[in-house]
Structure formats: structure tokens, C-alpha cells
Design a protein around this ligand. Sequence first.
Ligand code: FE
Length: 183
Amino acid sequence: MALSLNDIRHLFDTYGALAYSGEPVTQLEHALQTAYLAEQAGAHRELIVAALLHDLGHLLNLQGDTPTTRGIDDLHQYYALPFLRPLFADAVLEPIRLHVDAKRCLCAVDASYHALLSPDSVRSLQLQGGVFDADEARDFLARPFAEDALALRRWDDEAKDAARGTPPLAHYLEYAEDIALRN
Ligand code: FE
């Protein structure tokens, strides 16, 4: 089970025009906006690539429109990992794996955060296990790459703007190629 960078490009070419569940952007726009926000913030390349690929699991495991309204948690944060593991280091994989738990953590530690979530994100929060309690939040924050996951999560939540322009996919796939473990 491994994806090449060409496979990743092909996934975005094939499924990128699908709606990003319950939001006014497509899957590709959401991925590019998340990567762009990371890049604008001065994130390292691994984190920019994690931002680009954080929801690739949605494209590998299609569940149709707005699965949260049908009570489905697609576990997308885990789904892409076996496919990406041969290609990227933990600095890419771990923020992807942790980006859902990062939401559960931010809801626990930042009182203003929950109010920023979109309706679909609030719905999925419940399916994903809900807000962390204080112990769970502390354990999360002690994990390697927790800070990167929190940063990714905030870009993720912002990357739903129908009017935001970004560089093209090829720009971010170049970063991916630069940091890939084998080309
Ligand atoms: Fe996302």
C-alpha cells in the first residue's frame, strides 16, 4: 500500500472538485487553502505538505455528501496514513493523524475556539469523541508534533473561504517531491 506523488496528483485531479463536506469550497480548494495558510505563516515544508494532504483520507474513502448528517465518522485522519507512510516522515504524517484530536484539544483549552467551528465541524466533533477533558488535553499536548497539529488545525478551520485564491497544486507537489523519502 503506497501512493506515489503522481497518484496523489491523480486523486486531486479525479476527486478534487467534490465538495468539502458541508462547506462552500471543494476538496482541492480546501487542501490548497490549508497549505497556503501554512506557507503564509512560515511553516516548514513538512507541515505545508501535511496541510495539503491532511484530508486525503476523504478522497481515498469516499462517503458521499456530508456524512456527518448520517452519523458517519469516516476516520479520515487515519485512512491515508498507510498509503503515505512509505513516502513521508513523521513530521508530515503525525500532524495529519492528530488534526482531529487537535480540534478536540483546542475546544478544551481555548474558550473562543469552539465558536469558530463551522456547523459541520461541530457535528463531526461529537462523532469524533467530543471535547477532551483536562487530562486528555494535557496528554495530547505532550505528544510529539502536537504543536504542529494544533497549527494545522487552525489553518484547516480557516481554509473554507470561497473567495481565497491560492497557488496551484503543482506548487505544493514540488514541496512534497523535495521532502519525499523516495522519489
Ligand atoms: Fe480539513
